[in-house]
Design a protein around this ligand. Structure first.
Ligand SMILES: O=C(O)c1cc(=O)[nH]c(=O)n1[C@@H]1O[C@H](COP(=O)(O)O)[C@@H](O)[C@H]1O
Length: 233
């Protein structure tokens, strides 16, 4: 596990509300994630606003397009100085290799580049409807292996697949796991979920956690409780 494994997902349509929440959180205890909703609304200025508050940022735009377009998008993310960014593994090997190559000029300043395997909101039944007739954990393994072949730093997967991926792909290949729910928290639209201590025990390096922290009456208390729960696991 990383020394700062909690990535708080900021999914807001109101920038002031988001920054008010950020101001309550502690950059020593978590990193932040901005996704499609906020980046579409508020753009690169939001990234600057978050960086100026001392937080590392995961720019979660899940690029999926032809190799040339994704390569350019990923280098644009690097220009913003973000700590991590992502693409879809189902975009294929050539797309992932092009994205990785685009980061070479940034050297040690390049963001970590990871690939989304199967979204944690998807069940085996959902996969069948899009023509994938194998269980999610099998499809995740296939895409994760391809991601490693392309030279990326890791994958986004559910914590249910973490143990098997760590065993097959090695310790340095990072596992970023959303679908994290403390005991008793509302599942919402997530399907393949685990609690924070279970996810860490399974081998997750980073836990993406949104609503259980951002919608809590006291977000810092929620973050602190999760932080403590994984220190003792
Ligand atoms: O790439 C992601 O971060 C992601 C991948 C995935 O498979 N599932 C998933 O939930 N996410 C993101 O993780 C966050 C989860 O938020 P909560 O469900 O509120 O904890 C959201 O911002 C999602 O966009």
């Amino acid at each position: 596990m990383s020394n700062k494994p909690i990535l708080v997902a900021l999914d807001f349509d109101d920038k002031n509300a988001a920054l008010q929440l950020v101001d309550k959180l502690d950059p020593n205890m978590c990193r932040l994630k901005v996704g499609k909703e906020m980046f579409t609304l508020f753009g690169p200025q939001l990234v600057k606003d978050i960086h100026s508050r001392g937080f590392d940022l995961f720019l979660d735009l899940k690029f999926h397009d032809i190799p040339n377009t994704v390569a350019k998008a990923v280098s644009s993310a690097a220009e913003l100085g973000v700590w991590m960014t992502n693409i879809h593994a189902s975009g294929g090997l050539a797309m992932m290799e092009a994205a990785k190559k685009a980061l070479v000029p940034y050297g040690d300043d390049a963001p970590l580049l990871i690939a989304v395997t199967v979204l944690t909101s998807m069940s085996d039944e959902d996969l069948k409807l899009i023509g994938i007739d194998v269980p999610a954990f099998e499809h995740v393994q296939r895409l994760a292996k391809l991601t490693q072949k392309a030279g990326l730093d890791g994958v986004v997967c559910s914590a249910h697949e973490a143990e098997i991926l760590k065993a097959s792909l090695g310790d340095s290949f990072k596992l970023v796991t959303p679908g994290i729910r403390p005991v008793g928290a509302d599942k919402g639209d997530q399907h393949r979920i685990m609690t924070p201590p279970q996810a860490i025990a399974a081998g997750s390096d980073y836990l993406v956690i949104g609503r259980p922290i951002t919608k809590a009456a006291d977000p810092l208390a929620a973050l602190t409780a999760i932080h403590q729960s994984i220190q003792v696991s």
